[in-house]
Write a protein that binds this ligand. Structure first.
Ligand code: COA
Length: 184
């Protein structure tokens, strides 16, 4: 007997744009964003804005960054996104000002309800507040707000909110210090 697919790919999830726009973005992303070629950040900022992202001034973005839905991305002024970061923004991802992502940071504003047989989505937005640095290979989960002036250590798994001025690290990420900025 053939079983029907239990997985419902659209339950509780608004893609935000039509299929043609999404297809056009995938093509642009393939040529200008996920490629290793170092296209200028200014060009990439313009392309993102053209697809509905809000991008502030002084934006710096490295190659091989995969942004799922630019229309669900908001970036403040003077933010950096490092090589090979992954923004799975099925719900919005917001960076305030002076946010820096190192390499291979994975931000998952998406997930599934583990009680659901149909893999119903449990997507929630992510916010990173001003002055925060997220180090290499950190994972930031759905619904998380990382406060202002924080440091998220390399390979940290952040699944709860991080208070302002905290240094967190580990899996699951735990507070290790208060960040005191004393140097230029
Ligand atoms: C988080 C970080 C900034 C902390 O630096 P620091 O203030 O000098 O911290 P310390 O080295 O004094 O470590 C403090 C404690 O936290 C632990 N710790 C530090 N970083 C950690 C990490 N990424 N994961 C788990 N534990 C960590 C240390 O083992 C130490 O624990 P202990 O007190 O039990 O010995 C740093 O460890 C880090 O992860 N840097 C990322 C570098 C990086 O990604 N570079 C490339 C991109 S620019």
């Amino acid at each position: 007997m053939v079983r029907n697919d239990l997985f419902d790919k659209n339950l509780g999830f608004d893609r935000g744009r039509g299929r043609l726009t999404e297809a056009a973005w995938r093509l642009v992303s393939f040529v200008f964003f996920v490629t290793a070629f170092p296209w200028p950040s200014k060009l990439k900022a313009s392309l993102l804005r053209g697809f509905g992202a809000k991008i502030g001034k002084g934006f710096y973005i490295r190659p091989r960054v995969n942004i799922h839905f630019p229309w669900k991305l908001e970036v403040g002024d003077h933010c950096w996104i490092g090589d090979s970061c992954e923004l799975l923004n099925l719900e919005p991802i917001v960076f305030e000002d002076h946010v820096a992502l190192a390499h291979e940071v994975y931000m998952a504003a998406a997930g599934h309800n583990i009680k659901s047989r149909t893999m119903a989505y449990a997507n929630r937005p992510i916010r990173v507040c001003s002055g925060t640095w997220i180090a290499t290979r950190a994972f930031i989960g759905a619904g998380v707000t990382v406060g202002a002036n924080c440091v998220v250590g390399a390979c940290a798994v952040v699944i709860k909110d991080v208070p302002d001025n905290s240094v967190v690290a580990g899996n699951p990420a735990r507070y290790i210090a208060t960040r005191e900025v004393t140097e230029p």
